[in-house]
Design a protein around this ligand. Sequence first.
Ligand SMILES: N[C@@H](CCC(=O)N[C@@H](CS)C(=O)NCC(=O)O)C(=O)O
Length: 338
Amino acid sequence: MQKTLVSFALAASIGLVATGAQAAILDDVKAKGYVQCGVTSGVPGMSQPDANNNWSGLEVDFCRAVAAAIFDDPDKVRYTPLTSQERFAALSSGEIDILSRTTTWTMSRDTDLGITFTGVMFYDGQGFLVRKADGISSALELDGAAICIESGTTTELNAADYFATNNLDFNPVVFVDKPEVLKAYEDGRCDVLTSDGSQLASDRTKFANPSDHVLLPEIISKEPLGPSVRQGDPQWFNINRWVYFALLEAEELGVTQANVDEMLGSDNPAVKRLLGVEGDFGTPIGLAANWGYRIVKHIGNYGETFERNMGEGSPIGLQRGINALWNKGGLQYAPPIR
Ligand SMILES: N[C@@H](CCC(=O)N[C@@H](CS)C(=O)NCC(=O)O)C(=O)O
């Protein structure tokens, strides 16, 4: 009997610890007053600091949206630049609260590293950038080429697969961070730069003469890039997942940064739920009822952040393509808020 009681008490205390752990990240974030967000060392359009260390980009906007939902203040974010190799340990160890850094959702990362992906901010694929002067028109002409790559990436693995599958050789020139990769390519130490297509578009903007470099037509992989969080905290996972969905839902419903206040008076029940005018979808995830309003007020909807950071009017100049909403021919789709 005594034994049963003891084990019950033990189980209960373990249960309590587990429950405490579940709420830990949001509580910790609220207590410290900011979200710690893992980013790149600088990829324009995704995450890039300016001269005053103000970060911007699509992936930065995701962290800002989480801060807006929690604090009604998108500036309550601190940034940790990470190399490809450092990023997962930084998340699993608790050094950062969110990893939002050009990171491809793969099975092993999702199941074997103590982290969980929460959505896809950018559906991407790996491509190749070469000097126009070299006159190369297809990746199949790259036999024996020296290729600049960052280590600890899917990029490295996909290149190996692609060249092996096509019975081609290549000479990988591998670096641990982005500035080294770019410098090596610019210095002519390699013939080819390979990375996620979005990054190649971004990298090109950094070169002295962007039009001297061309993207080859082959896209050799699927690179669903999205934020991830530590495993074991369903509340933090849900917050991150639903912040992403709210960005999409706002776009689908036509709620923008410019009209969000007017939309508070909308008759559309879906708009009312998104903005917290009707129902309370905040309390179950530890947020205020108007968490969706806060996101759109401070960040805008998904389409607005895409256009501002990566879109045709931005220096990166990408079309929406498969990142359009599902009802506009793309893959971006949010389950309903109800
Ligand atoms: N999406 C790929 C590649 C991501 C990646 O880390 N790419 C490098 C460049 S190829 C990067 O973003 N570097 C930024 C940095 O080191 O700051 C992955 O998740 O493995």
